[in-house]
Design a protein around this ligand. Structure first.
Ligand code: HEC
Ligand code: HEC
Ligand code: HEC
Ligand code: HEC
Length: 506
């Protein structure tokens, strides 16, 4: 194997001189042997943010394509049939402790159909109850994965213009849920002719793909299809260094859990400081694309589309792409898994369910340990521990929880890369053990009796109380916001011709 790769690299050197951007070279080169012109990518500077592009016309309305593409439109609309959004923090109150001091502790739901993206971001407690376009709590960036009005606005305003200001600024603008223009160049001639014309119109996504040598324009059809989902199903952070609070994917060193952690550590980034342990925390978003890349199917070139958007036959006999983004195992087995696997639906369903169960079991163990670590850190602070004494333990909590969140926030990780997820959780258990060992030393030094008294966080109500969250007030404010502000947003958007009908209320 080694000999073969070496031979290929030296052939490349001999025949192409310095033009050796082949994947063989990239895989075998040690860091010091990289081509001299490869610069490690960084978050964009203010000057590097994309300016407005008046020539780029983006038709963001989904409804306008209903007539021309009934098969695609109707199956896209069927994402509305996936209505269930399981309330995660109520089901697992440990999360309220883990996200102490961060809005996720108020409400976090499992994903449901794309059709609800605008509805759900409006209704969730995390976006609060802004009264006007300048009030918080969230920035504009919180719209970024919610629909095709986002690339439209970025083209109109430039990235700096789009990413500046509060979330409420976009309320009457981001009104179409995830749809056609998120994935297609809807104003192109190709699309007009019924071809996919896949396109990524968010500049920050194109930059991120460049950083992992997946420059969109040069990708083959399969890689392009998967990259479409990487518009949104990825880990990201808000970079405040440009003054605009823009979205950046932290892929500069790679997409695995260690590489991203290293990147965040090196730039000294934290999403928030934990309210009781004071640890500098990272919040993983949903690294679905990243975990898929590392899993068996990703490595074998089986893409998201092969499973979630298979080709099917319509009532008119025409073969088209099923836009329902279904659960392939349950809803579309024959057109997906069965195309490549001999096992029965029952066998594969059992296998995947077993992976899910195994992962859940160890994930909960990691959560239990993390909850304890946060409370032990609080006990140490209360007993008078110093910053210097706490520093290493807090860093270990940061790393442990990052590993937990990377495995928990990626939806479908048990299907996409079960082996990777188990390994990430195991490394998280190792880090949290390290954190708790360090905390035990600090606690002993300050004469705190161990085990400490852990508060009762066995239900969401109890956990919110312990963590100082007034959930009733949050809910009341939200209700008022939904009653007063949302109808204004809908009215304005309809007047502007952005939508024909408002997004569903629930
Ligand atoms: C989440 C991404 C996504 C969204 C949203 C989306 N599409 Fe597609 N679309 C795809 C993919 C992927 C393909 C298949 C590409 C391929 O085969 O290479 C496709 C294919 C198509 C095609 C080509 C013919 C076919 O069926 O394969 C048409 C036409 C199309 N889509 C129309 C639409 C319309 C209309 C909407 C909005 C109602 C829409 N799409 C929304 C991803 C999307
Ligand atoms: C513009 C952003 C965006 C794009 C592009 C996108 N997604 Fe999503 N996806 C989301 C969001 C946001 C949700 C959660 C919606 C909610 O719960 O309101 C979601 C939910 C899902 C779900 C859960 C659906 C359910 O019914 O439970 C699946 C599966 C999914 N996406 C797969 C994909 C695949 C595959 C692609 C690429 C073809 C893709 N998504 C492209 C943003 C996006
Ligand atoms: C080999 C098939 C396959 C591939 C490839 C695949 N998925 Fe999945 N995905 C599934 C299955 C099956 C499930 C549901 C697992 C279950 O039922 O427990 C799932 C679950 C999901 C979920 C969670 C849905 C929910 O409601 O919780 C998301 C989101 C998702 N996939 C997105 C993606 C994205 C994005 C990609 C590509 C980067 C991708 N998937 C690639 C088969 C696949
Ligand atoms: C386009 C072909 C293709 C499709 C579609 C596909 N697979 Fe696979 N699958 C593969 C290949 C290739 C491997 C790797 C086989 C190997 O390494 O021997 C694999 C491996 C697996 C494995 C073992 C490795 C792991 O990561 O756990 C499972 C389980 C699996 N697939 C389940 C599914 C399920 C469930 C579906 C449908 C939701 C599905 N596959 C769809 C091609 C496919």
């Amino acid at each position: 194997m080694n000999i073969l790769k070496k031979t290929l690299s030296s052939l490349a050197i001999a025949s192409f001189g310095l033009v050796m951007a082949s994947s063989v070279w990239a895989e075998t080169a040690t860091p010091s042997a990289k081509q001299p012109n490869v610069v490690e990518k960084k978050a964009p500077t203010k000057e590097e943010l994309a300016p407005a592009n008046k020539d780029l016309k983006i038709e963001s309305s989904n409804e306008k394509f209903a007539e021309k593409y009934p098969n695609q439109y109707n199956s896209w609309k069927d994402t509305s049939k996936s209505t269930e959004a399981a309330p995660a923090v109520e089901q697992d109150p440990r999360l309220i402790v883990l996200w102490g001091g961060y809005a996720f502790a108020k409400e976090y739901n499992k994903p449901r159909g794309h059709f609800y993206s605008v509805t759900d971001v409006r209704n969730i407690l995390r976006t609060g109850a802004p009264k006007d376009e300048n009030s918080g709590p969230q920035p504009m960036a919180c719209w970024t994965c919610k629909g095709p009005d986002v690339p439209r606005l970025i083209a109109e305003l430039g990235e700096e213009g789009y990413f500046s200001g509060k979330w409420a600024k976009g309320g009457a603008e981001v009104v179409n849920s995830i749809g056609c223009a998120d994935c297609h160049d809807t104003t192109s001639k190709e699309f007009e002719e019924g071809k996919p014309a896949l396109r990524i119109a968010r500049p920050h996504v194109l930059r991120a793909l460049d950083a992992i040598q997946k420059d969109f324009a040069s990708l083959d059809r399969d890689d392009k299809r998967a990259a479409i989902c990487a518009n949104c199903h990825v880990e990201y952070y808000f970079d405040k260094s440009t003054g605009a609070n823009n979205v950046v994917f932290p892929w500069m060193k790679g997409v695995d859990v260690d590489s991203i952690e290293k990147y965040y550590d090196e730039i000294g980034f934290k999403d928030w400081e934990h309210s009781i342990s004071k640890a500098p925390m990272l919040k993983a978003q949903h690294p679905d694309y990243e975990t898929w890349l590392q899993g068996t199917h990703g490595k074998n070139g089986v893409t998201c589309i092969d499973c979630h958007m298979a080709k099917v036959q319509g009532p008119d006999g025409k073969v088209f792409t099923d836009h329902r983004i279904s659960n392939p195992l349950q809803d579309n087995f024959e057109n997906t898994c069965a195309k490549c696997h001999d096992q029965s639906k029952e066998t594969l369903t059992k296998t995947i369910a077993a992976h899910k169960k195994d992962i859940k079991e160890v994930m909960l163990k990691l959560e239990d340990q993390l909850v304890k670590a946060h409370f032990e850190a609080k006990a140490a602070w209360d007993a008078g521990a110093t910053k210097e004494e706490m520093q290493d333990a807090l860093q270990a909590i940061r790393h442990a929880q990052w590993r937990w969140d990377y495995s928990a926030a990626g939806h479908g990780g048990h299907m996409h890369a079960p082996d990777i997820i188990l390994k990430v959780i195991a490394s998280g258990l190792d880090r949290v053990a390290d954190a708790r060992a360090k905390l035990a030393v600090v606690l002993a030094k300050h004469g705190v009796q161990q085990p400490i008294q852990y508060p009762d966080v066995s239900t969401a109500e109890k956990a919110w109380k312990v963590m100082g969250i007034d959930i009733e007030k949050e809910r009341k404010d939200k209700e008022e916001f939904i009653k007063t502000v949302i109808p204004e947003w809908n009215k304005e958007a309809i007047e502007k011709g952005l939508i024909l009908t408002p997004p569903p209320a629930k």
